[in-house]
Design a binder for this molecule. Structure first.
Ligand SMILES: O=C(CO)[C@H](O)[C@H](O)COP(=O)(O)O
Length: 216
């Protein structure tokens, strides 16, 4: 069954605890946390204290997507705050292999993410090391953007490579513009986890929103 990871970027921050509990109740599998630094992406969102604050609020894994430059400097702090999976951008770190090792040594699952314009082949040298590969289907920085269907080719390649290679066990996650109209394309291409922000938090009926994305 496709996993759903609501992105709290689109939630009501003044009521974060109840927003998270509602999506957990609605059948979410992960809570997706978008961390932005105003440098790697042109927006600033939330950081380490928020991860720490929400950790006791839910039993779901916290899927922390670091949209920050030099993420290696912050991996341990996010792990200590309670992240379950830490995902770093290939484009944001000069030493991706070392950063992945750092995440694993911190005791959390390691993920890697690529922007729409980055070829997925760039990830080949570290695919055996990661538990999650996130394919961005919008340019990161903002919620509510339009899905870029061309990136589905990268999802298809990741799916095929995982079938071919015994030592690849990553989940394939897609993030950006995912809703009930676009989720079918992601699933068809081979995605295991779908991140959705506005399609879930802008709908008062969170259960319907989650199942529409999962089932359509
Ligand atoms: O990483 C992100 C933005 O950088 C968000 O997770 C993503 O855009 C989800 O929001 P929406 O579902 O509204 O597109």
């Amino acid at each position: 069954m496709t996993k759903i990871a609501p992105s709290i970027l689109a939630s009501d921050f003044a009521n974060l605890e109840s927003e998270i509990k509602e999506v957990e109740q609605a059948g979410a599998d992960y809570i997706h946390v978008d961390v932005m630094d105003g440098k790697f992406v042109p927006n600033i969102s939330i950081g380490i204290p928020v991860v720490k604050a929400i950790r006791p609020v839910t039993d779901l894994p916290l899927d922390v997507h670091l949209m920050i430059s030099d993420p290696e400097n912050y991996v341990e702090a996010f792990a200590e705050a309670g992240a379950s999976i830490i995902t770093v951008h290939q484009e944001a770190t000069s030493h991706l292999h070392r950063t992945i090792q750092l995440i694993k040594n911190s005791g959390t699952k390691a993920g890697v993410v690529i922007n729409p314009a980055t070829p997925v082949e760039m990830l080949k040298p570290i695919l055996h090391e990661v538990e999650l590969v996130l394919v961005m289907s919008v340019n990161p920085g903002f919620g509510g953007q339009k899905f870029i269907p061309e990136v589905m080719e990268k999802v298809e390649k990741l799916y095929t490579w995982r079938k071919e290679m015994n030592n690849y066990s990553y989940e394939i996650e897609v993030d950006g513009g995912v809703n009930k109209e676009t989720s079918g394309l992601c699933k068809q291409a081979g995605a295991d986890v779908l991140v959705a922000g506005s399609a879930i938090f802008n709908d008062r009926d969170r259960e319907k929103a989650v199942s529409e994305i999962r089932d359509s």
